[in-house]
Design a protein around this ligand. Structure first.
Ligand code: PLP
Length: 292
């Protein structure tokens, strides 16, 4: 139940529907965001709202989709779904998709529709994972080409590989997958960026094959503030195996330690001290924000 913002209006959850001939359903040309609102002493606050809306518009621009609303209208739509659904903390899903105005790749009558839904966030990891870390596995699927050339776009069609990789990892008793790029370098998780810590230096893959994560940006900023050197470079999977610490970042995953990779223990086999510091700083920031 609740309300979903749909093309400028609040619509009851059950009525927020689209036709089976919705173009994006067939061809995957669409863009979306994953955004979080956190409960804070000032009421619910949306973390990095402006950055997420900017990325949504950039994603649409990269895919040459016209968004028929302004950034400010979409910021307000996101605040409104949290407010009107009386949510204290939430996951928000803005999405732009082509409707059923035309079919086929040559359709030229397509209109971009925009929705923003919000719901209470169910954590998909066990609560102890934040402290103990998770087990990951290198995927047999690579981060595919569209994502390599469009690492700044969060596009619907990019998630086929992510889903296949994640299922493969889960079937092997792991909690997440690590996708490599087409050249065999570490790219990212199914929906997270990766960082490693070696000899006190923090490394993360450069933006050639991974999404420009907003949590990634935040963590780079925090780590720099704490005086760590942060290096964006190509990383091989054995550099992860021998790292002192490794962790994922993402709007959903937040800062999540990795304790094992392909059956090899990482560092001490649980959350390391640098990860813990950054995790705490991130948590303090999201739960102590002032109104956006
Ligand atoms: N990589 C992929 C493929 C993602 O889907 C996400 C999630 O949005 C991320 C990384 C992390 O990005 P962010 O920190 O902006 O959530």
């Amino acid at each position: 139940d609740g309300l979903i913002w749909f093309d400028g209006e609040m619509v009851p959850w059950r009525e927020a529907k689209t036709h089976v001939l919705t173009h994006t359903l067939h061809y995957g040309m669409g863009v979306f965001e994953g955004v979080r609102a956190y409960s804070t002493p000032n009421g619910p606050c949306i973390f990095r709202l402006k950055e997420h809306t900017d990325r949504l518009f950039n994603s649409a621009h990269i895919l040459n989709m016209h968004v028929p609303f302004s950034k400010e209208q979409l910021n307000e739509a996101q605040r409104a779904v949290v407010r009107e659904n009386k949510l204290d903390s939430a996951y928000l899903r803005p999405m732009c998709f082509y409707g059923s105005e035309g079919m086929g790749l040559r359709a030229d009558s397509l209109q971009t529709h925009v929705i923003v839904a919000a719901w209470e966030w169910p954590s998909y990891m066990a609560p102890e994972a934040k402290e103990l870390g998770i087990k990951i596995r290198t995927s047999s699927y690579t981060r595919h080409h569209v994502n390599i050339t469009m690492c700044k776009a969060k596009a619907n069609g990019n998630y086929i590989n992510s889903m296949l990789a994640l299922k493969e990892a889960l079937d092997c008793g792991c909690e997440e997958a690590l996708l490599l790029d087409n050249e065999g370098y570490v790219a990212e998780g199914s929906g997270e960026n990766i960082f490693i810590v070696t000899d006190g230096v923090i490394y993360t893959p450069e933006l050639t094959s991974c999404l420009k994560g907003i949590t990634r940006d935040t963590i780079i900023q925090f780590a720099t503030q704490l005086g760590y050197q942060v290096v964006e470079k190509r990383i091989t999977r054995d550099e992860v195996y021998v790292a002192d610490e490794a962790f994922f970042t993402g709007t959903a995953a937040e800062v999540l330690p990795i304790r094992e990779h392909d059956g090899r223990k990482i560092g001490s086999g649980r959350r390391g001290p640098v990860t813990e510091k950054l995790q705490q700083m991130y948590f303090d920031q999201v739960t102590g924000q002032s109104k956006d």
